[in-house]
Design a protein around this ligand. Structure first.
Ligand code: ADP
Ligand code: ADP
Ligand code: ZN
Length: 215
């Protein structure tokens, strides 16, 4: 099964992808993670990407689609994919259709996480991840079971994203509204769109997604 998780910044895409990977053995392809890896590598491309990401704007369609292409090719055919944070524009949606077809795959479901914009700033400014394994946490909504220790790998080292500040969030939301939300009707017309209430707590959102995927 190949699915897209769609929703504005802070909607819970990464959190739900992490659960789908753990519960269903699917593979998460996150363009945000790929771009951050490229940025941290400090290459020419990485430095150009950094400027765009730090401003909260979208990186070019060519760059993200080629990253998805590279990663998709490496997977075994039996591995289901969760696209997290991709596609974000109509051009990317078109590229994804082509890349899936070229790899003998098809898109089964698109899950839209519906959230109130007001909640997103709080989610984003409280977000952090394990520096070692990448598990996601929140100051208020998802604390580790033992304070200061990652539930998954036991590391004590955590990090926050440079772009997770209130200023950048406004730009990212505007990018979502202007460029990403308009692709939702494409999937609705194909009859593969599932809308899930992203304001429910994490376990309820996860149960709603599981129920919709098993239908
Ligand atoms: P996205 O990948 O869509 O940007 P994340 O999954 O990183 O969003 O979630 C943003 C922050 O909000 C994280 O710190 C996460 O722990 C927290 N979070 C995710 N889902 C929920 C939820 N349903 N309720 C409360 N907080 C949540
Ligand atoms: P969030 O989890 O908050 O939605 P992501 O980690 O998905 O954020 O993305 C972080 C940043 O990386 C975006 O603000 C954008 O600059 C860039 N980015 C990620 N995915 C894409 C994409 N598909 N197209 C263009 N830019 C992207
Ligand atoms: Zn960890």
């Amino acid at each position: 099964m190949n699915i897209i998780l769609l929703g504005p910044p802070g909607a819970g895409k990464g959190t739900q992808a992490e659960l789908l990977v753990a519960n269903r053995g699917m593979v998460q392809l996150s363009t945000g993670d790929m771009l951050r890896a490229e940025k941290n590598a400090g290459t020419d491309l990485g430095n150009r990407i950094k400027t765009v990401m730090d401003a909260g704007e979208l990186v070019s369609d060519e760059i993200v689609s080629s990253l998805i292409d590279e990663n998709l090719k490496r997977l075994r055919p039996d591995q289901g994919v969760i696209f997290d944070g991709y596609p974000r524009t109509a051009a990317q949606a078109g590229s994804l259709d082509e890349l899936l077809a070229a790899n003998g795959r098809k898109l089964d479901r698109v899950v839209e996480l519906e959230v109130d914009e007001d909640a997103l700033v709080e989610r984003i400014v409280g977000r952090y991840t394990c520096a070692k394994c990448g598990a996601g946490y929140h100051d208020k909504f998802k604390q580790p079971k033992v304070a200061g220790t990652c539930d998954v790998c036991g590391s004590h080292d955590f990090k926050r994203r440079a772009d997770d500040n209130e200023e950048t969030v406004r730009t990212r939301m505007a990018e979502y509204r202007g460029k990403t939300a308009p692709i939702i009707p494409i999937y609705e017309a194909r009859g593969i769109l599932i809308r899930v209430d992203g304001m429910a707590d994490i376990d309820h959102v996860s149960a709603a997604i599981a129920a919709a995927l098993d239908e």
